[in-house]
Design a binder for this molecule. Structure first.
Ligand code: URA
Length: 192
């Protein structure tokens, strides 16, 4: 994995490397049975060079903990390895990766999965799911389900944790958070 990461650091498969601070590769134990896949690094991850260390990472950590999953036993990565953003004054606003960027970067995700051979892969949101399936795919109808990728990996589908941060109504946010924890609690049954 260290060699793969080194190789990825020079990646110019798409243009996103030009504006990002650095590539944010996955991290976690070599023996991880569970791989969690997000969309792309955010502002904080881009600066730190590590996945899920910002606000979405914090809520993910809390929900994993509530679901009885130890984050440190999981490998965390992203479908796209460079931060894509729009500069607005001093702020860098998250911008969605397009289909071409997801497709080019899926090579690295495929290589990470081949190195790890996880028991279960968790797609956190539509970008991760699209990368794994090689086509656009909606999450809401199949969230909580276990599906197989063309490469044969079992994938547990759920929402992206940053979705929870965008829900304004407190009750809706709490209900959606509960659903997310329930989805994550299924990891253990598939990781054994
Ligand atoms: N959102 C993601 O999808 N990945 C990160 O690493 C951080 C936020």
């Amino acid at each position: 994995m260290a060699a793969l990461r080194k190789q990825a650091e020079g990646c110019e498969r798409c243009d996103l490397y030009k504006n990002a601070t650095q590539l944010v590769f996955g991290e976690g134990p070599a023996k991880a049975r569970v791989v969690l896949i997000g969309e792309q690094p955010g502002d904080r991850e881009d600066l730190a060079g590590r996945p899920f260390v910002g606000p979405a990472g914090r809520i993910l950590d809390e929900c994993l903990h509530e679901a009885g999953i130890d984050r440190s036993s999981c490998y965390l990565t992203n479908a796209v390895k460079h931060f894509k953003f729009e500069q607005r004054g001093k702020r860098r606003l998250h911008s969605r990766p397009n289909a071409g960027e997801i497709e080019r970067c899926s090579w690295w995700l495929g290589a990470e999965l081949e190195t790890l051979h996880p028991k279960v892969v968790v797609a956190l949101g539509a970008t991760a799911l699209s990368s794994l399936l090689g086509r656009r795919a909606g999450v809401m109808k199949i969230r909580g389900d276990l599906i197989a990728t063309p490469a044969g990996y079992p994938v547990l589908v759920t929402i992206h944790p940053s979705y929870l941060l965008r829900i304004r109504n407190k009750e809706d946010a709490a209900a959606e958070r509960g659903r997310f924890v329930k989805d994550l609690a299924k990891i253990a049954a598939h990781a054994g």
